[in-house]
Ligand binder design. Structure first.
Ligand SMILES: Cc1ncc(COP(=O)(O)O)c(C=O)c1O
Length: 375
């Protein structure tokens, strides 16, 4: 059994993927090209955004979003304590402070009350200038944007949606990647929409932001092209080959994969209700189920169950064992008295089970049986 079965997905989509790869090889057009353009248009249409700019990976997408926002020395960027380091890494690279906020105890996403506490603490101290909020749709579950967006507006902060884990998710009728001034996603192979290597994308509704983003992705190119450099940028682009692979995968995600993820999650929820804390998806939301995470009673029970799963050959992971504020690299970030109670609790008790659209019912039953046996 695979944690995320990319081989099964390839077998299901093989004719389309193989044909697209062959056509890239025949055309020998590897950088840029027709599939990149077609994919950007398809991603913009699917998410309901005006513009999509593909790039080399989700981490670059975030770095570019920070550059578009103009984050620099002396600024503060707010981010949930429970995420992957990419969400906040660029803040440190640009000399800004990463200000962590606690997560909600049910969705595990950014806690708006903690966010507002941290913003007011930064303002009261007067050392850093609040600049941006990175809201992370953690495990595929969207943040509460109707509450977070007005907080960003109130304090004049740029909202960046980190939808690296949530491509395909829905919040009140709108797709992930459609929130904030800028949104990003990742096409890392294990993500809900993954390519066969690294890839990422940035989304915006603003034409000028689109032009700025495209310039930043190509060494700060100007109207005269890539040798007319008008600013410092980076080199970050999605290969034509990866776009060719992503197009049939996007179609499969729309046509059936998202639905199948809901079915697997529903079966798991039924089996584990009352025995663990099962994932909570708010009303009006659909998770992309990048991960299916349960909360055990405590760290000891979690470790016992994961050891049992491993012994019985059931793949399992812990996303994430350490909240950001406790990572060695962030030891000197200001905390303003925040205790990160929910993030600490979540990280101590969480474990994730195999979750993908090709997980058969008998595999799901096997996972359920072994988890319950390990209690
Ligand atoms: C929340 C989050 N943001 C950003 C990233 C970065 O994406 P990539 O691996 O494509 O650089 C990841 C990847 O795991 C992620 O989980």
């Amino acid at each position: 059994m695979q944690f995320i079965d990319l081989k099964a997905q390839y077998q299901a989509l093989k004719p389309e993927i193989d044909a697209n790869i062959q056509s890239v090889l025949n055309a020998a057009q590897f950088i840029g090209g027709p599939y990149v353009k077609e994919l950007e248009e398809a991603l913009a249409a699917f998410t309901g955004r005006k513009h999509c700019i593909t790039c080399a990976n989700g981490t670059d997408a975030l770095q570019i979003a920070y550059m578009m926002t103009g984050v620099g020395a002396g600024d503060a960027v707010f981010c949930p304590d429970m995420t992957f380091i990419s969400s906040t890494e660029p803040a440190k690279m640009f000399g800004a402070a990463s200000i962590f906020c606690d997560i909600l105890p049910d969705t595990y996403c950014l806690d708006p009350a903690s966010l507002e506490r941290q913003i007011t603490a930064v303002l009261a101290e007067g050392i850093f200038t609040p600049k941006a909020v990175v809201a992370v749709d953690i495990l595929g579950n969207p943040c509460d944007y109707d509450v977070i967006a007005p907080i960003c507006e109130k304090y004049g902060l740029t909202l960046i949606e980190d939808a690296a884990q949530s491509f395909g998710a829905v919040y009140k009728g709108k797709r992930a990647c459609s929130f904030g001034r800028i949104a990003i996603t990742s096409f890392f192979p294990a993500k809900p929409l993954g390519c066969y290597g690294d890839g990422g994308a940035i989304f915006t509704d603003d034409e000028e932001e689109d032009a700025l983003c495209r310039s930043l992705c190509v060494h700060g190119k100007g109207p005269g092209g890539k040798y007319d450099n008008i600013r410092v940028g980076i080199n970050s682009r999605l290969d034509n080959l990866q776009a060719a692979i992503l197009l049939p995968k996007l179609k499969a995600l729309q046509e059936r994969e998202l639905d199948r993820r809901q079915t697997v999650a529903g079966r798991y929820n039924n089996a584990f209700a009352g025995k663990f804390v099962t994932p909570f998806v708010a009303e009006g939301c659909v998770s992309a189920w990048a991960q299916y995470a349960l909360l055990a009673e405590g760290a000891a029970q979690r470790d016992k169950i994961t050891a049992h799963l491993t012994e019985k050959g059931i793949p399992n992971m812990v996303y994430y064992p350490t909240p950001q504020h406790a990572l060695p690299v962030f030891q000197n970030e200001p905390r303003y008295g925040e205790d990160f109670k929910n993030a600490n609790d979540y990280c101590a008790r969480t474990f994730s089970l195999p979750m993908h659209p090709y997980l058969t019912e008998s595999e799901q039953d096997e996972v359920i049986r072994v988890v319950l046996e390990g209690l």
